[in-house]
Design a protein around this ligand. Sequence first.
Ligand SMILES: *Cc1c(COP(=O)(O)O)cnc(C)c1O
Length: 582
Amino acid sequence: MVKDLQKFFVHETAVIDEKVAIGENTRIWHFSHVMPGSVIGAGCNIGQNVVIGPDGMVGNGCKIQNNVSVYKGVTLEADVFCGPSMVFTNVFNPRAHVRRMDEVRPTLVKKGASLGANCTIVCGVTIGRYALVGAGAVVTKDVPDHALVVGNPARLAGWMCECGEKLGQDMACPVCKKQYPWLAPDRPSDQVPGQDTVTPDSEAMAFVDLAAQQKQIYPQIMQGIQRVLAHGKYIMGPEVRELETRLAQFAKVKHAVTCASGTDALLMALMAMDVGPGDAVFTSSFTFVATAEVIRLTGATPVFVDIDPDTFNLGTQKLARAVETIKTTRPDLTPKAVIPVDLFGLPCDYDAIQEIALAHDLLVIEDAAQSFGGVYKKKPAGSLGHAGCTSFFPAKPLGCYGDGGAVFTDDDTLAGILRSIRVHGKGKDKYDNIRIGINGRLDTLQAAILLPKLEIFPIELEKRNQAAANYTGLLSGSSLTLPTVPKGYKSAWAQYSVLAKDQEVRSKLQEQLREKGVPTAVYYPVPLHLQTAFADLGYKDRDLPVCEDSASRIFSLPMHPYLTSRAQEKVADIINATMQAL
Ligand SMILES: *Cc1c(COP(=O)(O)O)cnc(C)c1O
């Protein structure tokens, strides 16, 4: 390091490793150590015996007091205060003899937050903007913006002004008079943010508990809505762009084009790929109607393919056979595309599908409406076809408070066409119309609601996976067929769906569960090839036997990230008791 070019100060006893960036006017004091890959912003004050990194991220204007370690995985935004001897952890369940450094859970401390002396931040949490963690507190859950949390485990004890004063009952700062009416207006102040909601036995259980999720991020959602109301850009506002950037990062693709629903996402993808009359589009019959409806809307012909009995996803050999059959028996149709549906959150077998697609020159449009957050061989759901489509319908793994969706793609040209189709086929602007499109935009308000939801989404996915594993453990003794997740796959667990022995057993189980306050659902009672809307395609009973068999005995149990193990035990007890009585 060329010391005389430095515009920052490092005490002679401090150690600064290679590949470190330090901003202007930052001061680093005695015996501190900045490890490789770390970035420290401008105007920071780093006290004595502080360790940063490797790959530590410290924003501008942070103040880090003596004896603090900002490990890999910890990100401090601007103006964060770390009190003396406070502690970040980065591995949740460390063992000296097990190497876990590749399991680091990221911790995010947002702008302006203060972490009191001697407090401990357990890894994986997010500390909201201008939150204050009391001295000695142990933070185990996310802390909302402006929250004051104290104790072990840290509990909500009030709300803080940006200036550092505690807000009064009226949500106003007694000193600077700033007001925060949107901060949890009716949350009892003794309630712990993020504490598991205990469902009393008498109370009905939720199939998807959106209220429990809202409790976690209520202030952030209200702030997002408030910001949109303040700037007034209701159509294609800045939140839409920010969301698209973050979604693309999440799905590891170049482009995320948000739109008005999952159905529009599929329709726009088909339109952008010029699918139309005379084209055959192959898809599963065991899916939500939207998947095949959009094929019809383009004028193309849906060809329904049977499913794999273990995963309920498109059977790949069956797909190959269906393509051959169309080629030999339907000279009026050109096989053009396949829409694999990642049912219940589990991605399809894309290696096999891509091989068939390559052999027959088919486009692959992934219906990831249920699988956003899932993974196939290290690749995120949504990134597995030429285009991937997802839905933000409220009950999907990542849902907004209305309708919404997105198309993902790495193809620059396709992304441009999708953006044009989304706004009536616009060229230079919406009054230059170069193709037929739709009004398919996502509302700015929905984007603002999705942003804080996306932030907790990785944690929620983890919790869904834990809930699924818990069900599987609790129900392994029953004779139900439980969901399987092949090696190298990760499900987003939109649904936890099981197969009963037959329709009668399913009815009995559903009835017993309903009586005891446990909701269940059947996805899907009638496969699409037998729906009236597709009757003219000429399918009949027994054409797709695995779909039909599954439809007759499948049902789904309550599934969401806030499901308590107690609730799951109750579900399992009812199922196990009912099965024994049969
Ligand atoms: C929900 C869903 C859709 C449609 O999404 P919307 O946002 O409701 O339009 C499409 N395909 C599948 C498999 C779905 O589950």
